[in-house]
Design a protein around this ligand. Structure first.
Ligand code: ZN
Ligand code: ZN
Length: 370
């Protein structure tokens, strides 16, 4: 028999005084000290506790849960379902989740810049990188409690992490949940938080990592180091660490993708006569041949002397761009020699477009074979 009104022997519309009187009378009858039934006396106490409290009585009248016992019985299941449906409809009333919120969480990912030289990008490297981050607390090993102390179940919410409120509305009684204020929704409390980490399970520090820089990285390349980021609250698993590559400019070579470019200046006589000279490349000195008759703006290609390719075999090329230097001042002897050379080559003339011809006419002449 679970009907509280029947247990107390009162009508459904009995007022508080009637309920109190009925309880006193029944309690004397059923009290175990006077030889009464212990089980029946307990039922009576529960019935009175519920019906003497206006809030609890209202819930009971609506067929809701017995708040003194927890859980639902009889028609209460339907009420529970209604609460669930409303909860789903209205987003759980203030965002209170179901069940306790874990104290342990995954740590954040981190992004850290790393400076790399052109040589390191070309051949790869091992670098020491300093990172400000969170690491697991060494005193509590992430447990958040002083050594020897353990979390205890929250007395306010009994470990559920949420507390319930019942409100009347035009839809009937609505059960709402809110995070428990005592335990901040965790369901447990720390009697002695670790002093080293203030109960966070992690501490801030600077650590030095040895990092492999792969061949072929470029400005802005990100290298992911799984599990090398921040340790989470409560000593939770670490996030990932991303290294963002910043390439230091090189004094001699300019990089475009996998290729390198540089510029040399040769005297006009060298451009005309040709030569071989040593060029310092990333791979050391290389003999570079200037062909006789090299023109200003010519480019020389050194195959495979560029930057290594990221996650692909091979290397780019090195391009050497040639400037030709014309003397700005001549001594007497040089002038004499150049005049002799000019006379020898018949170079006393400047080539100009033909007088009176515009660009269109010159192009037409060219097509027509002049
Ligand atoms: Zn600690
Ligand atoms: Zn709590």
């Amino acid at each position: 028999m679970n009907d509280y009104y029947e247990i107390l022997g009162v009508d459904r519309d009995a007022d508080a005084t009637e309920i109190k009187k009925a309880y006193r009378r029944k309690a004397r009858e059923l009290h175990p000290d006077h030889g009464g039934d212990e089980e029946a006396f307990k039922d009576l106490s529960v019935a009175y506790e519920t019906l003497s409290d206006p809030d609890k009585r209202r819930i009971y009248d609506l067929g809701g849960s017995d708040p003194t016992r927890g859980g639902f019985h009889g028609g209460g299941a339907e009420f529970g379902d209604l609460g669930d449906i409303l909860g789903a409809m209205f987003g759980g009333f203030g965002g209170a989740g179901r069940g306790p919120v874990p104290r342990t969480r995954r740590g954040q990912d981190q992004l850290v810049g790393v400076k790399v030289s052109l040589e390191e990008a070309t051949f790869g490297a091992t670098k020491e990188v300093k990172v400000g981050t969170y690491v697991r607390c060494e005193v509590c090993h992430g447990s958040m409690s002083e050594p020897g102390s353990t979390p205890v179940r929250c007395p306010t919410c009994n470990g559920r992490g949420v507390v319930e409120h019942v409100q009347q509305s035009f839809l009937g009684a609505i059960r709402t949940q809110a995070p428990c204020g005592t335990c901040q929704g965790h369901g447990d409390v720390l009697p002695k938080p670790c002093q080293e980490c203030s109960g966070n399970g992690r501490v801030r520090t600077t650590k030095t990592l040895s990092v492999e820089i792969p061949v072929g990285v470029d400005e802005g390349t990100r290298i992911r180091l799984a599990g090398k980021g921040e340790v989470g609250l409560g000593g939770g698993p670490a996030g990932d660490l991303y290294l963002e590559v910043h390439e230091n400019p090189h004094p001699v070579f300019t990089r475009r993708g996998d290729d390198l470019h540089t510029r040399i200046t040769v005297p006009m006589t060298t451009a005309a006569l040709g030569t071989t000279f040593p060029l310092t490349t990333l791979d050391g000195p290389q003999d570079v041949r200037i062909k006789p008759g090299t023109q200003p703006g010519d480019e020389l290609r050194l195959d495979g002397m560029g930057v290594g390719r990221l996650q692909r075999p091979g290397r780019g090329n090195l391009y050497v761009h040639v400037d030709v230097e014309i003397p700005k001042k001549l001594d007497d002897r040089s002038r004499e020699l150049l005049e002799q050379l000019a006379a020898h080559r018949g170079e006393d003339r400047v080539h100009t477009p033909k007088d009176g011809q515009n660009l269109f006419e010159r192009l037409r002449d060219k097509f027509m074979g002049e």
